[in-house]
Design a binder for this molecule. Structure first.
Ligand code: CP
Ligand code: NVA
Length: 326
């Protein structure tokens, strides 16, 4: 089924029905196949796209640029030190100015309210490239990777292990409950997600036949899982919390033992990346104990993290084509 999403912004998966999400995933799979076949449809020919980044990015920035160029659009990177946003000019004014010049706007930053204000005043589609609260384009890439592996989403047993209240946990809970998955957040109680968001997601799950479990019990949380997912223990902007997170989350590291606890040999391991899985980056040398996943799992047979990273480009392309394409 095709759905008309023209002119819509993409701020959180809450705003999309299960059928619309499935449409975006099917479109992503088609656009990936087209790219592999050398077909370029130029669905965004002549469009100008603003990419606002308050926080750093490798995958999201690269995916928006490549997806835009593949479809014939012009992407313009606007870093936090390049524009007036929030410093000399309100978000509302910036939204109205950029909306007069660009056909679509991506925003990555801190407050979720910023992306909401941009969407409210820009008059063109605005896409959330990550805020402190949500990271919805990442979830599309995650679900696309599951579809490629398993061919379906409904009933998938999905265990998110780690910081249960960050942007990934929030967005995965919304997406999984919409798509009818058996979704578990496995984290220490101190890092459980906001109750109101759990409640909202439970409503989605009721409609889809999905299930939500929030538990600190690792054994219970990962048993039978088809997918084990984790993310960094301290997100961008939470650098002052690193020591506390290490002590809270050490028992929740994704190890080979945890993978075995799923009792599912076909389980796949996903991570949005970037990831601490060895001691080879600047930050992990500074904090050798931050390591949310064991190297042997990250590099092992269950890991699909680089398929997932590639899928960022196909899914982001689908979002732009569906909301802005000709
Ligand atoms: N997964 C993700 O959003 O990566 P970047 O921070 O590199 O964009
Ligand atoms: N939770 C992480 C996700 C990075 C893609 C962060 O916000 O830093």
């Amino acid at each position: 089924m095709a759905y008309n999403l023209k002119g819509r912004s993409f701020l959180t998966l809450k705003d999309f029905t299960a059928k619309e999400i499935r449409f975006l995933l099917d479109l992503s799979i088609k656009l990936k196949a087209d790219k592999y076949a050398g077909i370029r449809s130029k669905n965004l020919e002549g469009k100008n796209i603003a990419l606002i980044f308050e926080k750093p990015s490798t995958r999201t920035r690269a995916a928006f640029v490549v997806a835009a160029v593949d479809e014939g659009a012009h992407p313009e990177y606007l870093g936090k030190n390049d524009i007036q946003l929030g410093k000399k000019e309100t978000v509302k004014d910036t939204a109205r100015v950029l909306g007069r010049m660009f056909d679509g706007i991506e925003f990555r930053g801190f407050k979720h309210e910023t992306v909401e204000t941009l969407a409210k005043y820009a008059g063109v589609p605005v896409w959330n490239g990550l805020t402190d609260k949500y990271h919805p384009t990442q979830v599309l890439a995650d679900f696309m990777t599951i579809l490629e592996e398993r061919g379906y989403l409904k009933g998938i047993k999905f265990a998110y292990v780690g910081d249960g209240r960050n942007n990934m946990a929030n967005s995965l809970m919304i997406g999984a409950s919409k798509m009818g998955m058996d979704f578990r957040i496995v984290s220490p109680e101190k890092l459980f997600p906001e109750k109101s968001l759990v409640k909202e997601s439970e409503e989605f799950a009721k409609e889809s036949g999905g299930k939500i479990t929030i538990t600190s019990d690792i054994n219970k949380g990962v048993k039978g899982a088809d997918v084990i997912y984790t993310d960094v223990w301290a997100s961008m902007g939470e650098e002052d919390k690193i020591a506390e997170r290490i002590s809270l989350l050490k028992p929740y590291k994704v190890t080979e033992k945890l993978i075995e606890m799923t009792e599912n040999d076909k389980v796949i391991f996903l991570h949005c990346l970037p990831s601490f899985h060895n001691n080879e980056t600047e930050l992990s040398k500074k904090y050798p104990e931050i390591c949310e996943v064991e190297e042997s799992v990250f590099e092992g047979k269950h890991s699909r993290v680089f398929d997932e990273a590639e899928n960022r480009v196909h899914t982001i392309k689908a979002v732009m084509v569906a909301t802005l394409g000709k």
